[in-house]
Ligand binder design. Structure first.
Ligand SMILES: *Cc1c(COP(=O)(O)O)cnc(C)c1O
Length: 390
């Protein structure tokens, strides 16, 4: 049997009569029926076939199939953005009166969904600290429909214990367990193997890996994907064929890129940890990380994100960011190019001071998305910016 990496590279939309080597871009909104009878039978689900690109398209199907191979999932759906995928993964299942248990440290817009939008429709939620296993178990109520989490978290890089949560799922078979696996990617961890029902991604990040297109994807249990298919057919968050074509090709190199992201990030984390201008470094594969053993158990490597706190608070953090020469400041991550950001004044600025403290975000916290440039160039840029701003 071929291994995942070989399967991903060989997965391709059916070759056309032109015998093309690389997959064509199917920029078509709809598909032709050979006969009125075929139109009827495809609409009646008696015969498989493409109908309309809001439902499926050869490029999006190819992209989804590759993510399924990587995650060990039965089926999936592709979305115009990561947030469209996150929203569908929740809204596609809940109704008035339902309850969601979620890890506290979640992507900003997901936090807005749970605290601002869903309460409008009578859907409540409870936050728990991802690292606290007993809190997960005790937050579950009679009306809990979904357990939702991110691991590692952004930007604190705290981990949820996937093995524990998989066992909790077994005790509550009717609750849907969903993970936003964007930071780890299926290269580093495969939550479905632990018993998670669905794995959600912003494909915009590591899956693209080059900062070009937005995309989202949900993969997991066939019966749940079928239910979500109804939701997306009638709400229309479909991924464009162009973005799917870009993202599908990107997946061929995901493992190579992740290996480099992770080895560079570990090297950066090790250097920063011993730097006198740095108060604290967070990186799951540093022995000083409070969940180092768990990280080693459930992740193949530590990931591409490193967060650290510089001496001197916000002013120093701003000066540091401005002093970087190669590393850019942009609100994206998972790019081939290294990126630095200041969470407390940007991505997490809408939170209260108390919420930020709870997530470990200080005025001096910097988040690095370590790219795949030469390790020494990344480290030298960071060191010169720390030196210059002393
Ligand atoms: C970026 C991100 C999202 C949202 O994805 P978009 O593609 O920007 O809509 C969701 N979850 C996580 C963890 C992210 O980093």
């Amino acid at each position: 049997m071929e291994k995942d990496q070989s399967k991903v590279i060989r997965e391709q939309a059916e070759r056309s009569a032109l015998r093309e080597h690389s997959v064509p871009l199917y920029l078509t909104s709809s598909f032709i029926f050979d006969s009125a009878e075929q139109g009827r039978s495809i609409f009646a689900d008696e015969e498989a076939g493409m109908v309309y690109s809001r439902y499926a398209n050869p490029n999006t199907t190819e992209f989804i199939n590759k993510v399924c191979i990587l995650e060990g999932a039965e089926n999936g759906l592709a979305f115009a953005s990561g947030m469209a995928a996150v929203f569908a993964s929740l809204a596609g299942f809940v109704q008035n009166g339902d309850h969601i248990v979620s890890s506290r440290a979640i992507f900003g817009s997901t936090h807005q969904l749970l605290t601002q939008l869903f309460p409008r429709w009578g859907i409540t939620s409870t936050y728990v600290d991802a690292i606290d296993n007993t809190a997960w178990a005790s937050a579950i109520q009679e009306n809990t429909k979904i357990v939702y989490l991110e691991s590692p978290s952004n930007p604190g890089l705290e981990l949820a214990d996937l093995d524990f949560l998989g066992k909790l799922k077994k005790q509550h078979p009717h609750i849907i367990f969903i993970i936003d696996n964007c930071f780890a990617t299926p290269y580093l961890q495969k939550p479905i193997n632990y018993g998670f029902d669905l794995s959600v991604h912003s494909a915009t990040k590591y899956m693209d890996g080059q900062g070009r297109v937005l995309g989202g994807v949900i993969v997991g249990r066939q019966d749940l994907i079928d239910k979500l298919m109804f939701f997306i057919r009638h709400t229309g968050p479909a991924m464009s064929p162009f973005n799917a074509w870009v993202l599908s090709k990107s997946l061929d190199t995901l493992s190579l890129r992740m290996e480099r992201h992770c080895s560079n990030a570990l090297a950066v984390a090790e250097i920063l940890e011993h730097h006198t201008e740095v108060i604290k470094v967070n990186y799951p594969f540093l022995p000083s990380h409070p969940q180092y053993d768990l990280a080693k158990k459930q992740m193949k490597a530590g990931g591409g994100i490193v967060t650290f706190e510089v001496q001197g608070g916000q002013e120093r953090a701003f000066n540091f960011l401005d002093a970087l020469k190669m590393i850019l400041y942009t609100s994206n991550l998972g790019d081939a190019r290294s990126i630095a950001t200041h969470p407390s004044s940007t991505t997490h600025s809408k939170l209260t001071e108390e919420e930020r403290v709870h997530l470990g975000i200080k005025p001096g916290t910097v988040r690095l998305s370590v790219g795949i440039e030469d390790k020494s160039d990344i480290i030298n840029d960071i060191l010169q910016a720390l030196e210059q701003t002393k």
